[in-house]
Design a protein around this ligand. Sequence first.
Ligand SMILES: CC(C)(COP(=O)(O)OP(=O)(O)OC[C@H]1O[C@@H](n2cnc3c(N)ncnc32)[C@H](O)[C@@H]1OP(=O)(O)O)[C@@H](O)C(=O)NCCC(=O)NCCS
Length: 184
Amino acid sequence: MTIRPGLPTDAAALAELAARTFRETFAADNRPEDIARHEAEAYGQTQQSRELADPDIVTLLVHSDDLLIGFAQLRRGPVPACVKDDAPIELWRFYIAKEWHGQGIAQALMHRVADDARRAHALTLWLGVWERNERAKAFYRKCGFTDVGSHVYMVGTDAQTDRIMTRAVVTSPPFSGLNENAHD
Ligand SMILES: CC(C)(COP(=O)(O)OP(=O)(O)OC[C@H]1O[C@@H](n2cnc3c(N)ncnc32)[C@H](O)[C@@H]1OP(=O)(O)O)[C@@H](O)C(=O)NCCC(=O)NCCS
């Protein structure tokens, strides 16, 4: 598995993966017309080319051999009022193809996201996740994100509630217990 920044030449593969993973995640729980409208607005080779060239967006691609299996995007832009921590950057998209879930790929990508956020001088990661996306919320909690509020997110004509979650870009190492030689 490799993780690298996206290039303009990745637009077609990214557009295909982005649309497929969006459908895999949300089609079963949303109206087909809302899914189709959102897909047409957000995904497609032209849109992904634009995003890959945008200096305010960092795109990271995960490959297994030559196969694109996941991607993440960090974006500088407006920040919801409930995000109070310093120097925030949005973890805008974070998708792994379904057949690769539960294999540690997402954790590796989250480490790389944090590295790139740090390089962009951000101190806080924030994201919006659909309130009904239980797997993603569980994953983000596992990665140290906590719920700080909500905002409305449009999927086609459907006004949905996204939970807003944040964490520090650099997290403390896990507590490994007291040193047995330590004194009071
Ligand atoms: C979100 C995503 C990146 C996480 O990657 P992953 O490989 O699935 O993550 P993990 O398996 O390590 O962690 C998911 C956790 O959710 C748990 N989980 C699975 N289904 C669940 C459910 N219905 N309700 C609650 N928890 C659930 C898993 O057991 C696991 O926790 P555990 O490791 O303690 O057992 C991946 O599932 C994905 O790409 N989903 C589709 C796209 C998406 O939703 N992206 C986020 C948009 S905001």
